[in-house]
Design a protein around this ligand. Structure first.
Ligand SMILES: *Cc1c(COP(=O)(O)O)cnc(C)c1O
Ligand code: SF4
Length: 376
């Protein structure tokens, strides 16, 4: 038995699967793996019709653990909205983009994006454990679609070696934790052999959508010389379950720093109550620090999921007043032309006049603050 998601395009892994591996493999097999598996789900006729077309634009995959979180009696269920193709997806709009955050424009070698001097994105695989309808990389996942191969990553490793300013390597994709343990260990070992790299970051939805995949073998494959940060992607408190709690505990006990990034999605998490519960449970129950809340980007067919920036700013202002400092994410927009992620608020500074600032307090009152500094 093989222990990876896509037999066709991944390096063979012929080790006998352990019980722990059998558990997550069963979870993958019992889930939605292709569009015709949707036939067994109670979809609306419109969803059924849309699914055929939508699946040609962005793959469909939903592990059983994630599928089981859907409340089918609610057509607007926030878990359903993230993974079931919807008719609205087919209505692409002028201005939507194939590459919303300019990954390709800043890619000096295949499978690597270098936009900020000290850190690079490494696309270890273009496959995921779950395919999210709102994904900003869905065009690459559909058009490139490939898994891990040693040869494909060689130019990226050589680039990292040749650039001493790189301190952080961010494994993304696709979902790096959809790779076999052996491939992860190999990638990790290759990166930690580069003396100037200090930190390995993993961007993943596996702890959310396929928590059984977080086995002791997976944790071990990432342990080595480097500081490791795992950035999860929870969007709703309903995704926090005993299984995701167990996965996050294993990662924390493995010695990894856990952060979360969410995408602000209309109909999924665009109320202050939903975001408040999500951020609080992430920190207090999972030990995962809310890092970023991303404004919905210009991925194709996602008009129905985008909020306005003004709505997003009002939400994070309310969060700031309700949640402790460590529970608050930073609300960011990833600029389409490669301008990077910029914070959108809240901003409490209203005006400056010399050394006098007008600043709004947490209580909403405008105050004056006068700076006192020594002579230059
Ligand atoms: C998001 C991103 C990073 C990481 O940014 P942080 O603000 O450090 O989390 C790095 N490089 C690229 C190209 C990115 O899009
Ligand atoms: S897991 Fe991440 S990369 Fe994969 S489809 Fe979802 S958002 Fe996109």
């Amino acid at each position: 038995m093989t222990s990876h998601l896509d037999d066709a395009s991944m390096a063979a892994d012929d080790e006998r699967a352990s019980d722990a591996d059998a558990a997550w493999q069963g979870d993958v097999r019992a889930g939605v793996r292709q569009v015709r598996d949707l036939d067994s789900l109670p979809l609306s006729p419109a969803e059924r019709a849309a699914a055929q077309v939508a699946a040609t634009r962005h793959k469909v995959r939903i592990p059983k653990a994630y599928l089981d979180l859907i409340d089918w009696s609610d057509p607007a269920d926030p878990i359903r909205a993230q993974v079931i193709p919807s008719p609205e997806e087919l209505a692409e709009q002028e201005g939507e983009l194939d590459d919303p955050i300019a990954d390709h424009a800043f890619s000096p070698v295949p499978r690597l994006t270098h936009r900020h001097a000290d850190r690079v994105l490494l696309f270890a695989t273009y496959q995921c454990a779950v395919y999210c309808r709102f994904c900003f990389r869905k065009e690459s996942l559909t058009s490139i679609g490939r898994g891990f191969s040693r040869e494909a990553l060689e130019p990226a490793f050589a680039y990292i070696e040749a650039h001493p300013e790189i301190r952080e390597v961010i494994l993304t994709g696709g979902d790096p934790l959809s790779l076999p343990d052996k491939a992860l260990a190999e990638i990790r070992a290759r990166i930690e052999a580069v003396a100037h790299v200090r930190l390995l970051r993993i961007h993943t939805r596996v702890p959310v959508a396929l928590p059984s995949r977080v086995t002791s073998g997976l944790v071990r494959s990432l342990q080595g010389r480097l500081m490791v940060t795992v950035v999860t992607h929870f969007n709703h408190a309903r995704e926090i379950t005993p299984a995701t709690e167990e996965a996050c505990r294993a990662l924390r006990q493995g010695g990894f720093v856990l952060l979360n990034q969410s995408v602000l999605l209309k109909g999924v998490n665009d109320t202050v109550e939903v975001l408040e519960e999500l951020c609080r449970e992430l920190m207090y129950r999972l030990g995962v620090k809310p890092y970023y809340l991303h404004h919905g980007d210009l991925a194709r067919g996602m008009t129905h999921r985008r909020t306005t920036i003004a709505e997003g700013r009002a939400l994070v202002s309310a969060l700031r007043a309700r949640l402790s400092g460590i529970c608050n994410p930073v609300y960011v927009l990833d600029l389409p032309d490669g301008g990077g992620k910029v914070p959108l608020g809240p901003c409490h500074v209203e005006a400056q006049d010399g050394e006098t600032w007008r600043i709004r307090g947490q209580d909403g009152e405008l105050r004056t603050y006068t700076e006192l500094v020594g002579d230059p």
